[in-house]
Design a protein around this ligand. Sequence first.
Ligand SMILES: Nc1ncnc2c1ncn2[C@@H]1O[C@H](COP(=O)(O)OP(=O)(O)O)[C@@H](O)[C@H]1O
Ligand SMILES: O=P(O)(O)O[C@H]1O[C@H](CO)[C@@H](O[C@H]2O[C@H](CO)[C@@H](O)[C@H](O)[C@H]2O)[C@H](O)[C@H]1O
Length: 542
Amino acid sequence: MTNKETIDKALPSSYNFNNKWEELLENKEFIKVFLSDVLENYIVKQRWYGGKASHLKYIELAESFRIQKDGEVYYGLILEVNFDESFYQHYFLPIAFVSDESFAQDDRILPISIQNQEGFIIDAINLEAFRKVVFERILTAIPKDKTLVRYHKSELFKDCKYESSRYMGLEQSNTSIVYNEKYVLKFFRRIYSDRNPDYEMSRFLSDKKDFKNTPAYLGSVQIKDQDINITIGLMQEMVENQGDAWEYMLTEFHKVFSNLEYKRIDISQLPKTEDYGHLKISDVPAQIIDWVGLNVFTKIQTLAKRTAEMHIALGSEFEDTAFTPSHFNGDYEVWLKNRLLYQFQNRLNTIENSLHKLDGLALELANEFLEKKNLIRKRFVDFDWTKLKGERIRVHGDYHLGQILVKDDDFYILDFEGEPESTIRDRKVKQPPLKDIAGLFRSFHYAIYATIFNNSEFYKQNQEHLFEAGEILYQYLKSVFLETYVTNVQEANLNIGYSKERIFLLKYSLLEKAVYELGYELNSRPRWAVIPLKGISNIINN
Ligand SMILES: Nc1ncnc2c1ncn2[C@@H]1O[C@H](COP(=O)(O)OP(=O)(O)O)[C@@H](O)[C@H]1O
Ligand SMILES: O=P(O)(O)O[C@H]1O[C@H](CO)[C@@H](O[C@H]2O[C@H](CO)[C@@H](O)[C@H](O)[C@H]2O)[C@H](O)[C@H]1O
């Protein structure tokens, strides 16, 4: 990558090109300057840029297209970012030319003059006029559109007109725009040469299967010809909410841990329950209800019901082969083991290179992880498809509390893009539904440990006792969840395996997820690595 200071010095205050805006992308000199002198510097600073761990080599323009309406023209660019050491990535960047400087304070990409008109090229998402064009193109989409930029809308998206638009302004990896305070359009930033699973799953669940607990699918924008099929936008209804389930659970768990002291609870006297057992709320011991509160368990029950309904819908397709259920087979087993052994090796390397970033408990657990590497590897290899009778279906794939919105007493499930580290094809492979359940259980475990670590000075008990209480809480949450989830899916005849198989798949997927998380944390927020390390330690020692 070119050094930023060099660029700033080298850049003329404004480039002058003698083409009309409508023809600018035909100018090779413009493309060269724009990609190398400008975008290399710009892209690495964007929140949505996912290549920060690698060294950018150069950017190429993989594709460009017009996003236009009534003579108003914007360009969509598909940028191919090449790295020194890793595989290339593609990003979507729509651009606009504006002459008014006030439009482009922070987001100017390039000061430029086009046929002697001074102005700026900016990320078009900053421009209300662009957002309005996209909204109106989706609203007026025609069935069976055959153009390169293909707009699609569902039957629900009608009888409205553009009123307003704004950035959603939340922490996210793409860029979402709120329209009319009623609709959300997600512009995908990192894009793949295939239909985005978020689009596929949203349309399938809400449009085709009428699953109510995900935002209704309203429309999309795809780039499609014989060679490419890329999703760049997904429009959904906006779900009014009181925040996500992660924040909700952190608040609830803080009350639960605070209760240890307020209610003078003797942790060693708390009744335990069978790991991966099933418990109706009415069978949870009174002592536990008194400590945790009924509300947490009723919320877990609702979440289990919604999750079961999502899986029942995902497992109910007979025609569309992208969604029809499959069984376990030798190909799946080979794919799974290859993927997990590769990922595990990558984690071993990452942790060896990151030991200097860790201390205390995290360092202790990291050393245990390295010492027990052969045992963990063996757990991954111990997968025998011939013993498994359940079905594999399309799953959420990155199911955690942060992907779930809380609305009154109910939950809405979002963001079906899958794990950011997996390839787009891997994200679409049919998986045991219990993989999602393991994702959520890991998230319960995360929320419990995040509560302990975040409030360590607040609680009187020592960390060992808090961990002990946390593990008891975790067991009850899992058991109450499983009771509702398993009953619901079985009533709908979704085959998730016999009882021993379910426990095997859950444990296997929990280890898989925790190992995935270890890499995610070491790369993005090393202070949190202690949480998956503790999770891995608990799984391999039990
Ligand atoms: N349809 C929606 N209604 C309400 N809030 C939403 C909606 N879609 C997304 N959000 C909010 O935006 C956040 C980020 O959305 P998400 O789909 O996870 O984006 P990304 O894929 O960019 O991470 C969510 O956690 C949620 O708070
Ligand atoms: O939401 P994303 O698709 O970006 O998912 C990635 O980031 C998540 C963190 O935001 C990460 O989730 C991990 O941390 C969560 C708490 O912040 C916890 O609830 C999850 O259980 C844990 O996996 C996710 O793994 C990653 O793919």
